[in-house]
Design a protein around this ligand. Sequence first.
Ligand code: SPV
Ligand code: MG
Length: 538
Amino acid sequence: MTKKTKLLRNLLNKTSLEFLLEAHNGISAKIAEEAGFEGIWASGLALSAQYGVRDNNEASWTQIVDMVEFMADATTIPILLDGDTGYGNFNNMRRLVKKLEQRGIAGVCIEDKLFPKTNSFIKGEKQALADVAEFSGKIAAGKDSQLDEDFCIIARVEAFIAGWDMKEALYRAESYRKAGADGVLIHSSLPNPSQILEFAQEWANRSPLVIVPTKYYSTPVEAYRKAEISMVIWANHMLRGSVHYMQQIASTIKTKKAVTDIEDDIATVNEVFRLQGADELAAAEKRYFNETAQETRAIVLAASRGDKFAELTENRPKAMLPINGKPLLSRLTDRFRKANVKKIFVVSGYKSQSINVPNINLVENLDFESNRELASLNLAQTHFNEDMIILYGDLLFRGYVLKGLLESKRELTVVVDSSKRSKEQEGDNDFAFCSVEDNRELWGQDVLLERIDTKPEHKGRDCSGRWVGMVRVHGTGRDWIETAIDELKSLSTFDNLDLGHLLNKIIDNGHPIRVIYIHGHWLNVNSLGDLEHARSFM
Ligand code: SPV
Ligand code: MG
């Protein structure tokens, strides 16, 4: 890609007439480029106006440089900065050039007036001009300090503005050319182009000539072409256009106390997003926003009362039963937070309003009396992502169990307790049959879940352990779960199904579910006896 400095130099040196359009911030610069302009004039007037200050060096030079950097970032075309008088003497000019090069600006134009300057159209004839030798030194200092040979410095001659004659204008322009200026901007405040056309003739192409036809705007550009002027700057029209339109919009909204009348006449929010490059970000997210950046979610199924707790669950669901003074669900969410899982969705049902655990998102299952866990999970589907843990709300487990699960990057992973005790306990639909039994030396070996069953024995085979009631979902594992739920939904028995049925369906669909074996270190609270255990477990 051609450097922006080179692009500007090429524009300036072309034999054809070229045009720069004013811009004053990132979005206006972008709009100028999209309109087809090949270069931008970062106007001092417009830059100060967009800051709401006067064109009298009231905005500091660093504030100007910061804004032109935004403009350069938003565009691929070169920017010529209106650098006023260079914001000081030769030394300030050197630093300015250095900073502009660093920020991707292609060139700077400085005018032979005194700091702090005033806009040329405000009592221009009263404005004092810089000493020719001093200003020539400033140009030479700028040229000597640029690192990129194509960076352009344009010398702006204000002789006509300040009421001087052609001789003075030519003398100044020639001095600046000799000092190294890459072009001359000859400015005039007359309503006709007589001064600049005469100047062009006298100048006779000694170096590229730049003009700003703000006052003599009605002149057809053909006249400039004929005069072999290099570059025309439309210096403030983007600013003036937006000022005009903003005034109209503001007053309409104020009087109508509504925006309906203007809505169709202004850019859509999506158009603003487009100009900001929202699409590029979306594409980059796909490329770079990988699993480590995606926030892990927990989906906790806690809708049931727990029918074995009698009056203990009269006013609260099982998940809110206190274990040594702290509800089961709070213990669970504490575990998650410690593992940096901050987005927790809890599907509640029975006595939902009694759940007062902070920083969780409740999803209500209103039909909890007539359905089971899979229906609850179905309700939480809108909160699914590619990095989550689904689990029952009545679990207690040591931290490493969760940590091991979170580290798994397989699509689906479950934890199976292979201890003898777990196999002998009364169970629900959670006896796990796996591809390999746990010999406690299975480090790194792939173990797959083959079936979840309600009984510890199946076709003469003992189960491998108890499934702990947690499923780790990663990447396309989410799709497998969603598809299986969808398929199971068509069954009349859907409301009676639990997570075990879901896992079996996924296996039947041909997807592997990886097993991590543990040996104890967890508990599910299903009975008064479990509650007793839970107290000592904690
Ligand atoms: C500017 O755009 O800030 C200029 C051109 O310097 S003028 O306003 O015509 O002086
Ligand atoms: Mg200016």
